[in-house]
Design a protein around this ligand. Structure first.
Ligand SMILES: O=P(O)(O)OC[C@H]1O[C@](O)(CO)[C@@H](O)[C@@H]1O
Length: 241
């Protein structure tokens, strides 16, 4: 595991964006595992900027997102499909058929999980971007006594709904459930890029990266992966020394 701590968000975003841009330069048909939430916003902005400046084509790139809320349509501005279009897909030359998210409106959730998992089985990500929840979740894999390996529907913990309520008009509007890749699917990526910002995540960063591997801290399972790169701002990394 390589851990980088940055003085500024700009430096972190640039470093992360360069990893993606360099990958696509060397492998134009790269498979990207993508994440949502507030953490990657600046990274996507830098990727867009660099792609424009360096004339990088995403024409051969395929993407799979980690998760999607159950019950939100892609045109709902809180859906992760909307987020991805807003922050990345509409700014690059990727073809919509190559971008994948679970369908939050699927009428048969189990069939949707199986469909998504079958796609992930076919092509593993070259790089999987991850944020970190305050309770140690990755994707929407919430702390539990056991974790699911594959794509599944998860009932969101109150603490996660509260953390994400800032994006919704009220707490009542925060969906109660989400589709998420399982930890097993996440760990199949060739390289994992975990990005964390902010003092309020310093203690969960320490627990996840240096504590015991436990399903109660889903991100701690990243310790078992051979190629994890961790990018932290000073605040998130302050308890690591
Ligand atoms: O970047 P944020 O907004 O703190 O969210 C962190 C994590 O929470 C989620 O958005 C889900 O709650 C994850 O997808 C993300 O990794």
């Amino acid at each position: 595991m390589k851990i980088h701590v940055f003085d500024t968000s700009e430096q972190l975003d640039r470093f992360a964006a360069d990893l993606f841009i360099d990958l696509i330069k060397s492998k134009p048909d790269a498979v990207l595992g993508l994440a949502t939430g507030s953490t990657p916003v600046g990274i996507y902005a830098k990727i867009v900027e660099q792609a424009k400046q360096q004339n990088i084509s995403f024409g051969g790139v395929t993407t799979y997102n980690l998760d999607e809320y159950v019950g939100l349509t892609p045109d709902n501005d809180q859906s992760y499909a909307y987020y991805m279009n807003q922050h990345l897909f509409s700014h690059i030359d990727i073809s919509p058929e190559r971008t994948h998210l679970p369908n939050g409106m699927a009428s048969d959730p189990q069939a949707e999980c199986a469909r998504y998992e079958a796609m992930l089985e076919e092509r593993h990500a070259d790089i999987q971007l991850l944020g970190l929840g305050h309770n140690g979740h990755i994707g929407f894999n919430e702390p539990d006594s056991a974790l699911s390996a594959g794509t599944h529907v998860v009932k969101l913990k109150n603490e996660t709904r509260e953390a994400n309520a800032r994006f919704f008009a009220s707490m009542d509007e925060v969906p109660a459930a989400a589709f998420t890749m399982g930890v097993g699917s996440i760990l199949k990526a060739n390289t994992i890029l975990l990005v964390v910002r902010g003092a309020e995540k310093a203690s969960i960063v320490k627990e996840a990266l240096t504590g015991p591997v436990s399903t109660q801290v889903p991100a701690s399972l990243l310790q078992t992966h051979p190629r994890v790169i961790v990018l932290l701002d000073r605040e998130a990394g302050r308890m690591l020394v």
